[in-house]
Design a binder for this molecule. Sequence first.
Ligand code: ZN
Length: 144
Amino acid sequence: MKKLLKLVLVFAIAIAPAVAGEKIKAGPRKGRVLEMEAKNAEFFVEKDRTVSIAFYDAAMKAQAPTTETVAATAEAPSGKAKLEFEKKGNLLVSKTPLPAGEHYTVVVQVKPSADGKSKNFRIPLDLSTCKACGNAEYACICDE
Ligand SMILES: [Zn+2]
């Protein structure tokens, strides 16, 4: 009975993501959602270790990037590496891949427009797959 209750609770949390403010959300590409004021951005690490950022409206409907710019700093053990992004279709993709390894922090700065207020997101880079939700650990939506 207790187990069932827990299951129901987990399900309730899963369908009501707005309740918990700091809970990690995953986007349609199984990346990590970076919440901005107007659009949401989604951080995703591609197979070639480049970072791609997709944009969505509040209802998570895909949006083409217009005035948004993204920059990232990988705080890798080998030293900090700055990543520049360029537009590729509806994505902003880093021109260079992430430095080797993982378990370091990637700081992503999203700027909504040239004179807009930028927002920084600190993402712990863990590329292994979470068995429970199937997302990469940096986008894991499980409670713990
Ligand atoms: Zn998970």
